[in-house]
Design a protein around this ligand. Structure first.
Ligand code: NOJ
Ligand code: NOJ
Length: 566
């Protein structure tokens, strides 16, 4: 569109992006007339690539934009949008029921990444499952549910709840399993996916509580704590960036992490690094590593100096469609920077830590770590340069947007010409959210404020076992002098089958040995008794089979009188 300024481009592209997004939603969108009601197609492109499908991820992100817009609008609201959101909710609840190559509604089918636009299963081979979809969809539907609650429509929320609960249950059960990343290529754990799951569980726990579903609230919040623990493990302290995938054999520098940061933005959480808030030191250091990785690999980025914006792509090693810049990743960089500026302005200061120092030094080479109040010269200099940097990313996309305002998926790394799928719905969504961020419009808080984790002596996050119950283990065993009876088994409380971490029983009524242990409630596990000789360290295991038992409900206690298996 050859706009020389971000403002100019935003003025012209804003309405076109909104229209482009709506055009891709069936059946009234003029590019999506074959799609079922409420179905967002990824793109109308039917070949090279064929994107005329509906991805759960893309659709959830697109409808999040619509729901947020609707909720933010002053009354009288646009009822056609409300109808559209209802048809999205309805279509998603039907899709949950569609048996597909990932499974059915109870066996993992919710992890299926994409469907045909008539709500039938896509059965071709694909990178599946992708476990970000259910969490993203839950977050979108919860945003709608929260608006309904604020507007006294609990009845309607009750009809949405079963769909939301299915997604949350899927996330609670599967967040620690591997799956394909958002780019559908690497099967491992993925930062974006964990972040989306954490947010969904956190918000889901809150909504469940509001609806008086206390047991669900507790189990979602337990798993949210655990996902938050796991989220910390993606940080790479040596490279000072987020390793986006645990597998894949790449650097791990990836737009995955930039997108995760903007979609985790909670203006009430300040610059908290636990959830990698946009202005957190970790997220800013990560942004620098990410942007820098595209400096030398795209012809169109040649000749730019250190703090000038450039075009960015999914990850530097990308070869899909020859590995080009993407509109949505370049917008995401701008968005993270605008989000940061909004928080600094709201809190009246910005902090530079050793982790974020090199990010800030791009804008002022002599700047030092410390806290800079909004009235300081350093604050003024840095924020105005960072705003110009952010605007630059918008303007770069503007340069490569055609006169029509159409946003494809990518633009050529050497010629800047739009390429791959045309009119990508997600590209439009990302334009809209980055333009809002440019205008200082921040999203609704989602519960990232004040989160905490506990760390052990090695600095590792301690997971939350959830509700506990108690078991008294009893077993009869004759022992020799110096021998003691222990229990070990398949759960952490019993030392995960490691004799060294087994729990010792007391010979209170010898030869009966006993111990009382807190165990996660309602959990099935197996165990064995062992005898260890204090002096020689020799271990004698009980014979097979293992004992197996389900622990009692939360807060309850049982006594198990076992017989030693000779
Ligand atoms: C299609 C996926 O949508 C895309 O993300 C991926 O890069 C290519 N397949 C190649 O695996
Ligand atoms: C390929 C992208 O890699 C993936 O993230 C996206 O969901 C699909 N295209 C559809 O837009």
């Amino acid at each position: 569109m050859l706009s020389n300024s971000a403002n100019d481009y935003i003025q012209r592209e804003g309405p076109l992006a909104q229209a482009g997004l709506l055009a891709n939603i069936g059946p009234n969108g003029n590019q999506a007339s074959a799609a079922a009601p409420g179905i967002a197609i990824a793109s109308p492109s039917t070949s090279n690539p064929n994107y005329l499908y509906s991805w759960t991820r893309d659709a959830a992100l697109v409808f999040k934009v619509i729901v947020d817009h609707y909720a933010r609008s002053p009354a009288p609201r646009d009822l056609s949008l409300r109808t559209l959101i209802d048809s999205y909710a309805d279509a998603q609840s039907r899709l949950q029921e569609v048996e597909n190559p990932s499974g059915n509604i109870t066996t993992g089918g919710l992890g299926e990444p994409k469907f045909n636009i008539d709500l039938t299963a896509f059965t071709g081979s694909w990178g599946r499952p992708q476990r970000d979809g259910p969490g993203l969809r839950a977050t979108t539907l919860i945003a709608y549910a929260n608006w309904l609650l604020d507007n006294s429509n609990k009845t309607h929320v009750n009809t949405l709840w079963p769909t939301i609960q299915l997604d949350l249950d899927y996330v609670a059960d599967n967040w620690n399993k591997t799956g394909f990343d958002l780019w559908e290529e690497v099967s491992s754990s993925s930062f974006w996916t964990t972040a989306a799951q954490h947010r969904a569980l956190r918000q889901g726990a809150e909504l469940a509580k509001t609806l008086s579903k206390d047991d669900l609230a507790e189990s979602y919040s337990t798993q949210a704590d655990n996902a938050l623990c796991f989220l910390q493990s993606y940080w790479n302290p040596n490279g000072s960036y987020i390793t986006s995938n645990t597998g894949g054999g790449r650097s791990g520098i990836d737009a995955n992490s930039i997108l995760a940061s903007i979609h985790s933005f909670d203006p009430s959480a300040g610059c908290d690094a636990l959830t990698f808030q946009p202005c957190s030191d970790k997220a800013l250091s990560n942004l620098k590593a990410y942007v820098d990785s595209f400096k030398t690999i795209y012809g169109i980025n040649e000749g730019f100096s250190e703090n000038e914006a450039i075009a960015t792509g999914r990850y530097p090693e990308d070869i899909y469609m020859e590995g080009n810049p993407w509109y949505l990743t370049t917008f995401a960089v701008a968005e993270q920077l605008y989000d940061s500026l909004s928080v600094w302005d709201a809190q009246g200061s910005l902090q530079i830590t050793p982790v974020s120092l090199s990010f800030f030094q791009q804008f002022s080479s002599n700047v030092q770590t410390g806290n800079y109040g909004a009235d300081s010269q350093t604050y003024g200099t840095l924020t105005s340069k960072i705003r110009a940097f952010a605007d630059g990313f918008i303007a770069v996309n503007g340069n490569y947007t055609p006169e029509s305002g159409s946003l494809a998926e990518q633009y050529g790394k050497d010629d800047g010409k739009p390429t791959s799928a045309r009119d990508l719905t997600w590209s439009y969504a990302s334009a809209i959210t980055s333009f809002l961020a440019h205008d200082g419009i921040v999203p609704t808080p989602w519960g990232a404020q004040g989160l905490q984790i506990r760390r052990d002596a090695n600095g590792h996050c301690i997971s939350n076992p959830g509700p506990m119950s108690e078991i008294v283990f009893e077993v009869e065993r004759n022992t020799l002098y110096g021998e003691n009876v222990y229990i070990t088994g398949s759960i952490g409380q019993l030392g995960d089958w490691e004799p060294a971490n087994a729990v010792r029983l007391e010979p209170k009524n010898y030869p009966s040995w006993t111990v009382r242990i807190e165990i996660p409630a309602s959990t099935t596990f197996s165990y064995k008794y062992i005898v260890q000789d204090q002096r020689s360290g020799q271990v004698t295991w009980e014979n097979d089979p293992n004992h197996e038992v389900a622990s009692p409900f939360k807060g309850q206690s049982v006594v198990l009188s076992d017989t030693w298996h000779d």
